[in-house]
Design a protein around this ligand. Structure first.
Ligand code: PMT
Length: 406
């Protein structure tokens, strides 16, 4: 794949050199474009050596008038010749300029002329990342369909601790490659995929609730993968702090009851339903209007079961593919099989939720797919985005087997 790597001016610019190398190792032809600020942090020579090609550093370059004229339209030819634009680090300034169409240098002019997929890997100080102006610019860019690779959390070069650290170069490179592959294959064109994600919150009084550790990462990865592969995606999301994936319709809910209503409202249109949400199993039926006082020495709650949305959908699913999840702490396969049969699913994605680094909250997962054909497919530990892609690969195969068996 031919791509442009735009490098913004920030401490993380040195990591863009590792990214250029990682992209090259994955078979990408990388054209580096540096902003003026980026050149304060790292030299063009480093990128030229890593990519074996000239680095673009300004809108007008060249010694002779002919060369200067050629460089004046270079931003258009570079935009036309490349299949993807990756910007890392995407500084707060670059995000603002992209969001508002300010085109004062090569990278921002080329951005306006570019029509392919755009991947932005932001890096900045935590307060800058959290600033309402940056949040608004990110919202605009995500709505425009750009892929935002969220920065990591931790100590930053400026001394603050929090979100803002550029995602690891290998992670960005893997994501770029999988986006490139997906952009080339639109095998979910014509499908409407309904995904549930995140936890539900069941109120105990106006200020307290019962919930669980689901971050929504697994469900959002599924929604993003389906949208990339051409599906219309409706994402019914419990309360999470993730950005909506590009091009996905998000319906925000809080409780199991609200999630059930949203699922049934959109069920008719769906051809594939994936229930990755961690729905609370119990709720308080009559939620008091006033905050409970801390008066009793002990407190007992009488809870009632929430609606089992997956089981209800299983009873009316018709020809739709229905995929449930099973979050287990033991007997993974037996439990996944039991859920598949009792809830009339076509596939159940079983994952262990008592192991470090997988399941709830983590970036990675390791799952066993139990299929209605009797097969079991194990997907080794990988990023949730990668697991999501493989789940769709298996789903499409499963649909073919189910059709052939009819
Ligand atoms: O969100 P992350 O932090 O990325 O974590 C991902 C995950 C661990 C939440 C996800 O991979 C996962 O396992 N989701 C299902 C969690 C769950 O509720 O599992 P369960 O075994 O309790 O439920 C089985 C199935 O029934 C699930 O598809 C669930 O959505 C569904 N269900 C459960 C209860 C209920 N009242 N209604 C339901 O539809």
């Amino acid at each position: 794949m031919k791509l442009v790597l735009g490098v913004g001016g920030g401490i993380a610019a040195y990591k863009a050199a590792e990214l250029a190398r990682a992209l090259g190792e994955r078979g990408c032809a990388v054209q580096v474009v540096m902003t003026d600020a980026a050149q304060q942090f790292i030299t063009p020579l480093t990128f030229a050596a890593l990519t074996q090609r000239k680095v673009i550093t300004s809108l007008f370059s060249g010694q002779t008038s002919e060369e200067t004229l050629a460089s004046a339209v270079e931003h258009i030819s570079v935009a036309q010749e490349n299949e993807m634009l990756v910007v890392a680090p995407a500084t707060a300034d670059l995000l603002a300029r992209f969001a508002h169409g300010l085109a004062g240098d090569f990278l921002t002019t080329m951005y306006l002329a570019f029509t392919g997929p755009v991947v932005l890997a932001p890096a900045m100080n935590t307060n800058m990342w959290n600033h309402p102006a940056t949040r608004e610019n990110l919202r605009i860019l995500a709505e425009r369909g750009h892929h935002i690779i969220e920065p990591g959390d931790g100590p930053l070069a400026c001394g603050t601790v929090g979100p803002g650290r550029l995602a690891e170069p290998a992670v960005i490179a893997d994501r770029v490659v999988s986006l490139g592959v997906a952009a080339a294959s639109r095998d979910l064109d014509g499908e409407t995929v309904l995904v549930t994600a995140g936890p539900t919150q069941e109120l105990l009084d106006p200020v307290r609730y019962i919930s669980n550790r689901s971050s929504g990462k697994m469900g959002y990865a599924l929604a993003e993968a389906a949208a990339r592969r051409g599906a219309r995606v409706i994402l019914v999301s419990g309360p999470v702090s993730l950005q909506a994936p590009a091009g996905v319709e998000v319906v925000r809910v809080r409780s199991a009851k609200e999630m059930r209503a949203a699922v049934f409202e959109h069920l008719e249109q769906a051809t594939i339903i994936i229930k990755s949400a961690a729905v609370a199993d119990y709720h308080l039926e009559n939620v008091p209007k006033q905050k409970g006082k801390k008066t009793a020495a002990r407190l007992s709650l009488e809870l009632s079961p929430t609606p089992d949305i997956l089981a209800e959908v299983g009873r009316v699913k018709g020809d739709r593919l229905l995929i449930g999840f099973a979050a287990e702490t033991g007997d993974l396969l037996a439990e996944a099989r039991r859920k598949m049969q009792t809830k009339n699913c076509d596939m159940v994605v079983g994952n262990l939720v008592n192991q470090e680094g997988i399941g709830f909250e983590s970036e990675e997962n390791e799952v066993s797919l139990v299929l209605s054909t009797g097969e079991t497919v194990k997907l080794p530990r990988a990023r949730k985005t990668e697991i999501a892609g493989k789940i769709f690969d298996q789903l499409l195969k499963l649909r073919l087997s189910l059709h052939a068996a009819r």
